[in-house]
Design a protein around this ligand. Sequence first.
Ligand SMILES: Nc1ncnc2c1ncn2[C@@H]1O[C@H](COP(=O)(O)OP(=O)(O)OP(=O)(O)O)[C@@H](O)[C@H]1O
Ligand SMILES: Cc1ncsc1CCO
Ligand SMILES: [Mg+2]
Length: 262
Amino acid sequence: MKIDLLTTLREKNPIAFNISNFVTVQDVANGINALGASPIMSEEKNEAEAMVQMADSVTINLGAFTEQQLTQIETVMTFANQYHKPIVVDPVAVGAVHYRLERCNELLDQKKVAVIRGNAGEIAALAGVDWQSKGIDAGEGTGDLVETAKKLANQYHCTVVESGKTDIITNGDAVIRVFNESDLFKLHVGSGDMLSSTIGCFVGVEDDYFEAAQTAVVVFDVAGEVVAKSMSQPLAGSFGPRLIDELHLIDPKTVEKYANFE
Ligand SMILES: Nc1ncnc2c1ncn2[C@@H]1O[C@H](COP(=O)(O)OP(=O)(O)OP(=O)(O)O)[C@@H](O)[C@H]1O
Ligand SMILES: Cc1ncsc1CCO
Ligand SMILES: [Mg+2]
């Protein structure tokens, strides 16, 4: 895990192009802006090429897309591949909604992506492994999480980040587990979306996407854990804004002190 990437990110202030969902777009924009990136969102196909050319990375969140937005997403991903800009995909609820799974499979079959970040239910669905997802949540299953994540990474030759109490990061061969956590993440809708877009920021400044994903996960998880530990009452409503504050404040020393991974 390259802790220096946090400093690099802040020096470079990468432009992080995000196709977000209407539920969590504000938290995502403020979260990664506070961290040190420069977010830009767009839903317009006609400006797709300009957006991609300008951006250092592209994060595609499939949280609430319409048919028209899907056309824009395909266009953006095509340009991103053409201009060699790394793509992070967040396959929201593909384990619960078959339509989403089909569309996401098509995108992944046709375009090259750097990182897929999802919860256990989403990663299992994409890997074709049995699991009971529940809406946007991970749901229940008995499969081996590490093997499932590796299978998906090998399927698409990309890095996979499978989030949960322990986060699993794999390139299909090597595996890193991040143990930093807080129950409050689950009480804040969009924690996962923020994590995916944080990964988007780091792949914008580091060509080794496996390394970039590790740093992103550790920084994000430590930030949440530090916030949770500092709250006298662990309340869902205050966690979101405090997490954004901590993404602003967090420094390499804090990350080094609390990081818990192997
Ligand atoms: N059971 C848990 N206990 C502690 N932390 C968790 C737990 N599950 C997830 N997290 C943390 O929450 C963050 C988001 O991961 P999660 O798996 O909840 O994403 P998600 O399901 O896509 O969330 P959302 O749909 O709300 O965006 C990660 O940083 C992860 O470490
Ligand atoms: C609640 C919700 N519904 C669609 S997207 C989203 C935010 C979590 O991804
Ligand atoms: Mg999610």
